[in-house]
Design a binder for this molecule. Structure first.
Ligand SMILES: *Cc1c(COP(=O)(O)O)cnc(C)c1O
Length: 363
C-alpha cells in the first residue's frame, strides 16, 4: 500500500473519505448549522480552549493572513520569532500588510531561545505582538511554547501562534499557555483533506481585533463571529471538508486526546531511533525534535533527491525533501494524523533498502 508520509496533506481514514462524497446541503440551512456548531464545540475541546474558535475556508496560509489582518495595524511593531520557512512566511505576510517586523531568527534546526525573546522584548518596549511557530514543519523542530508564552505574557504582549502542524497531534493547551490567537490547518494532523484553517481567538485577541486597522474583507473575525451565532459562515464554506472533519473529530475524541498525543510521541521516537539505527542523524536539535515530522540530515554521500525518487517509484513511499536553503540538505518524514508506529517502521525499512542505491556509505 502507498505510504504518503509528508507533513501534509496526510492520508485520510476510509470513513472520512466517504463523508467527502456526501451530497451537498444548504450552507444556510439547519443541517449545516448543526454540523458547524458540533464541529466548533469539538474543536474547542481539542484546542483545550473556552475561547472562540472559527473555521475559515482556506489553507493554513490563509489562516495566517487572517490572523495578521485581524490583530494588527500598519506600522505596528511585531516581533517575529523564526526558526524556519514557516516562521519567515508568517513575518512576510504581516510585513506585506504594513507591520514593522523586528526579526529574531534562530539557526534552522534549532529551537527558539526564550531568554533571547525576553531580551528582544526588553530592548524594544513598543513591540505589541509576538509571532511564534509552535512546530516548524520545515526543520522538524518543536519550540518550547510554554516557556516562550511565559516570557511573552510577562511582558504583556499579544501571543500569536502558528500551530498548523502541531495542534491536534502534540499537546497544546491553548488557554493554559495563554495563546491569544492560534492557527491550524485541516490537512495536517486532523486526518481530513486540505481546505480549512481553524483559528482560536482570546479576549486579548478580540481587544487587538477592535484596534486592528489592516484591510480585510474575506478574513474578518468579527463577521465570522456574527455569522457563527446564526450557525453560518460569512461566505460559502468548504462543505465537504466540514462533513469530513465532523467524522474525523469523532474518531479523535473516541481515541482520546491523551492517546492521540501519546501515539504521536511514539511515532516520533520510532522515527528518530529508526533513523539513527541506519547511521543517519536527525537534523533537529536534541530535545526539540518534532513528534509530527522527523527531519533527517543528508550525510555520508546521501543524495536525498535520488533517495526520494527511488522510494516513490519503487517502494510507493512518498517522503518530503527540504525547503528553500534546506533543499538537498535534509529529507522529512511526516507522521501526523492517521498514522501508526507500524507505518513509521515500514518507512524506515524502505529507507534502509534504498540508502546504498542513493550513494549512502555507512561508516
Ligand atoms: C503547512 C504549514 C503552513 C502552511 O499551510 P498551507 O495549508 O500549506 O497554506 C504554515 N505553517 C506551518 C507550520 C505548516 O506546517
Amino acid at each position: 500500500m502507498k505510504q504518503l508520509r509528508i507533513p501534509g496533506p496526510t492520508p485520510c481514514p476510509e470513513e472520512v473519505l466517504q463523508a467527502m462524497g456526501w451530497q451537498m446541503i444548504n450552507h444556510r440551512g439547519p443541517e449545516f448549522a448543526k454540523i458547524l456548531n458540533n464541529v466548533t464545540a469539538k474543536l474547542k475541546q481539542l484546542f483545550q480552549t473556552k475561547n472562540d474558535v472559527f473555521l475559515l475556508s482556506g489553507s493554513g496560509t490563509g489562516g495566517l493572513e487572517a490572523v495578521a489582518v485581524n490583530t494588527m495595524s500598519p506600522g505596528d511593531k511585531v516581533l517575529s520569532v523564526s526558526i524556519g520557512v514557516f516562521g519567515e512566511r508568517f513575518a512576510a505576510i504581516a510585513k506585506e500588510f504594513g507591520a514593522e517586523i523586528i526579526p529574531l531568527r534562530f539557526e534552522w534546526g534549532k529551537a527558539a531561545d526564550p531568554d533571547a525573546i525576553r531580551k528582544a522584548l526588553k530592548a524594544d518596549p513598543e513591540i505589541k505582538t509576538v509571532l511564534v511557530t509552535h512546530n516548524e514543519t520545515s526543520t522538524g523542530v518543536t519550540n518550547d511554547l510554554a516557556s516562550i508564552s511565559s516570557v511573552v505574557k510577562e511582558a504583556g504582549k499579544l501571543l500569536v501562534v502558528d500551530a498548523i502542524s502541531s495542534l491536534g497531534s502534540i499537546d497544546l493547551p491553548v488557554d493554559k499557555w495563554h495563546c491569544d490567537v492560534t492557527v491550524t490547518g485541516s490537512q495536517k494532523g486532523w486526518m481530513v483533506p486540505p481546505g480549512l484553517a481553524m483559528v482560536s481567538v482570546s479576549q486579548e485577541g478580540w481587544q487587538a481585533n477592535q484596534k486592528a486597522k489592516m484591510p480585510r474583507f474575506y478574513w474578518d473575525f468579527a463577521k465570522a463571529k456574527s455569522y457563527l451565532e446564526k450557525g453560518q459562515t460569512p461566505w460559502t464554506p468548504v462543505v465537504s471538508v466540514f462533513f469530513a472533519l465532523e467524522v474525523a473529530l469523532d474518531m479523535m475524541l473516541k481515541e482520546g486526546m491523551a492517546n492521540v498525543f501519546a501515539r504521536h510521541a511514539r511515532m516520533g521516537k520510532t522515527a528518530r531511533e529508526g533513523i539513527k539505527s541506519l547511521g543517519l542523524s536527525p537534523f533537529a536539535e536534541e530535545g526539540y525534535a518534532s513528534n509530527t515530522v522527523t527531519s533527517v540530515a543528508a550525510s555520508n554521500g546521501l543524495d536525498t533527491k535520488k533517495m526520494l525518487k527511488i522510494l516513490r517509484e519503487e517502494h510507493d513511499v512518498v517522503l518530503a525533501g527540504g525547503q528553500q536553503k534546506l533543499d538537498g540538505q535534509i529529507f522529512r518524514i511526516g507522521h501526523l494524523g492517521w498514522a501508526t508506529e507500524d507505518d513509521v517502521k515500514e518507512v524506515i525499512s524502505a529507507i534502509k533498502k534504498v540508502l546504498p542505491q542513493a550513494g549512502f556509505k555507512s561508516n
